[in-house]
Design a protein around this ligand. Structure first.
Ligand SMILES: Nc1ccn([C@@H]2O[C@H](COP(=O)(O)O)[C@@H](O)[C@H]2O)c(=O)n1
Ligand SMILES: C[C@@]1(CO)OP(=O)(O)OP(=O)(O)OC[C@H]1O
Length: 161
């Protein structure tokens, strides 16, 4: 039986390390820390890719882009996102809408949210009004609260392309 919708969710964490910026939703944000990652460590895009892959039960980004593969060292995660979108579209699906929440005390995400939404929407070939990026602190609790790392959670709905 064919269905008209699929739903997926994704979650990603990266630890902060030395550095002077983070990349979120393809936006380079100046910060007093960087992130430890094989790629550019973009938790927004990694969580979104996992949501998209999960919606079609296609595994996760670690399966498609193994951290052991030198091709993905320092990779621009927008390239990974476009690849995941291609996997969906070749199966007859596209993202209908997506909603991402970033969890960190700093940097402030709000001022960059529109630029992130524009990047994600462009890579997915969909309207910016169907892509949401928002943020919350964890009220100084846990690893995000202590400023040890950054997390993102994504939900997406797939519709027939
Ligand atoms: N990294 C962050 C965290 C939060 N925001 C914005 O601040 C608002 C208040 O955060 P609370 O955790 O105290 O609810 C939140 O709703 C976001 O708009 C942010 O921009 N960047
Ligand atoms: C993105 C990949 C690419 O090798 O590596 P990381 O940047 O370390 O990010 P992670 O969220 O651990 O996902 C796994 C990998 O697919």
């Amino acid at each position: 039986m064919s269905t008209d919708f699929r739903i997926g969710q994704g979650f990603d964490v990266h630890a902060f390390g030395d550095g002077d910026h983070v990349v979120l939703g393809g936006v380079r944000i100046p910060h007093n820390r960087g992130v430890l990652a094989h790629s550019d460590g973009d938790v927004v895009i990694h969580a979104l890719c996992d949501a998209m892959l999960g919606a079609l039960a296609l595994g996760d980004i670690g399966v498609h882009f193994p951290p052991s593969d030198p091709r993905w060292k320092g990779a621009d995660s927008r390239m990974l996102l476009r690849h995941c979108d291609g996997l969906l579209r070749e199966r007859g699906w596209r993202v209908g809408n997506a909603d991402v929440t970033v969890v960190c005390e700093r940097p402030k995400v709000g001022p960059h949210a529109t630029a992130m939404r524009a990047n994600l929407a462009a890579d997915l070939g969909i309207d910016i009004d169907t892509v949401s990026v928002k943020a919350t602190t964890s009220e100084k609790l846990g690893f995000t609260g202590r400023g040890e790392g950054i997390a993102a959670q994504a939900v997406c709905l797939l519709v027939r392309a």
